[in-house]
Design a protein around this ligand. Structure first.
Ligand SMILES: Cc1cc2nc3c(=O)[nH]c(=O)nc-3n(C[C@H](O)[C@H](O)[C@H](O)COP(=O)(O)O)c2cc1C
Length: 390
């Protein structure tokens, strides 16, 4: 038995020649004292019977979507066939495994297994990218000799490797339990009149990915959302904060959170006298005076308590921008600054990918260009390290 409390594992098995390897995976979980509930597709049973899994797991396979399945700590899909992968990408729910995937909100680890050409097909690539975007962690497939005697990518990773990744996902899943995490996302809009505003290009993708990842790690998350273009995550508290003043008020009301991630692009200036109603079109120039807004991060820094993690985001340009992020870290009493270089078109504002430098008092770490969801994983890994005080 492990010293950690037993975890509840859902093991989805699909119709692949690699299904026999899932038996070993069950054995590894059970040996360490975890509870495994097998979820087999109809075709999985053409390869290995439910009896085998039930005997190894010492419990019945689930044949219906019972509510208690939703309380599991982890859903593992091994092997994941091209067919079920496509169904999951589309959100189909025609068997107990696909239904569970739609209803379950915890971490998911998937180990695809298929013929190399099936894996290489654009449809499979798109489906895989969709699952990744939704936070599914993929293990493999490995390159090697496939069942048909061909060589190529498609072979399911070994049970030991999948098991190690599952344990890591389980550890992450409870890392922020009982922590209150406040995330701000999107870009504020400062009214010029009743229909016009001064805004910015922030989509909210980075902040939403952070909120989702914090929730996945067991945190109690509040998202303060300013006009983002992506839907906020399901199942977490979301408060709309359209202007810098709204964002400042709602942030400071929750300034005692354990972790504050200030990913929103907050206006530095607002029109000093917004016009009530719509300003009619005239031939004269329209001169607007802008007043600086409050510096929320600096105020949070002043109020920061021992052990609280305060993360600022610096969208700036080039080496000089990075230098400014270092200066801000000290000036605003932040714990961590995430610098992203907005002089590059394909990352940062509105893009799906980001490349950042994590700047903290203990050092700097570059996170090479990757999906914003994966950047969120790296940032929260760093936050977890800082919380532990390592
Ligand atoms: C011998 C044999 C081996 C197969 N191996 C795989 C495989 O490794 N990966 C895969 O995606 N499909 C494989 N298939 C095809 C799937 O079994 C088929 O697409 C099935 O509809 C999958 O259903 P499921 O996803 O509901 O389990 C194999 C079929 C046969 C007959």
């Amino acid at each position: 038995m492990t010293e950690e409390p037993a975890k509840k594992i859902l093991l989805g098995v699909t119709g692949s020649i690699a299904a026999y390897k899932a038996c070993e995976l069950v054995r590894l979980f059970v040996k360490d004292g975890h509870e495994v509930t097998p979820l087999l597709t109809h075709d999985a049973e053409r390869f290995v019977t439910a009896h085998t899994f039930e005997a190894l797991a010492r419990r019945e396979a689930a044949r219906e979507l019972f509510p208690h399945l939703m309380e599991a700590d982890l859903l593992v899909l091994a092997p994941l066939s091209a067919n079920t992968l496509a169904k999951l990408a589309q959100g189909l729910a025609d068997n107990v495994l696909t239904q569970t995937m739609l209803a379950y909100r915890g971490p998911v680890v998937a180990a695809p297994a298929m013929n190399a050409r099936m894996w290489d097909h654009p449809a499979t690539k798109e489906n895989t990218a969709r699952l990744r975007e939704r936070g599914v962690e993929l293990v493999g497939p490995e390159t090697g000799e496939l069942a048909e005697g061909e060589l190529g990518p498609g072979r399911m990773s070994e049970p030991n490797e999948i098991y190690a990744r599952c344990l890591a996902a389980l550890a992450r899943g409870s890392e922020l339990r009982e922590k209150r995490v406040l995330v701000t996302a999107g870009g504020t809009r400062e009214p010029l009149d009743s229909v016009r505003f001064i805004g910015n290009r922030s989509s909210g993708k980075m902040g939403v990915a952070l909120a989702e990842e914090a929730a996945r790690r067991g945190a109690e998350v509040t998202l303060l959302y300013a006009n983002g273009s992506v839907p906020p995550p399901a199942g977490i508290e979301v408060v709309a904060t359209p202007t810098a003043a709204d964002l400042a008020r709602e942030t400071l009301a929750r300034a005692d959170a354990d972790v504050v991630l200030m990913a929103a692009a907050v206006a530095d200036y607002r029109p000093s006298e917004p016009i009530s109603g719509k300003r009619p079109k005239e031939r004269e120039p329209w001169t607007v005076t802008l007043d600086p807004t409050d510096d929320i991060l600096a105020e949070l820094g002043r109020r920061r308590t021992d052990g609280q993690i305060l993360v600022g985001f610096a969208a700036d340009e080039g080496e000089r921008g990075l230098e400014r992020a270092r200066e801000k870290l000290a000036a605003k009493r932040g714990t961590l600054f995430v610098f992203n270089d907005v002089s590059q078109d394909d990352i940062g504002f509105d893009a799906n990918q980001n490349e950042v430098v994590l700047v903290s008092s203990t050092g700097e770490r570059k996170i090479a260009k990757r999906d914003k969801r994966e950047v969120a994983v790296a940032i929260l890994d760093e936050v977890a390290t800082l919380l532990r005080g390592d």
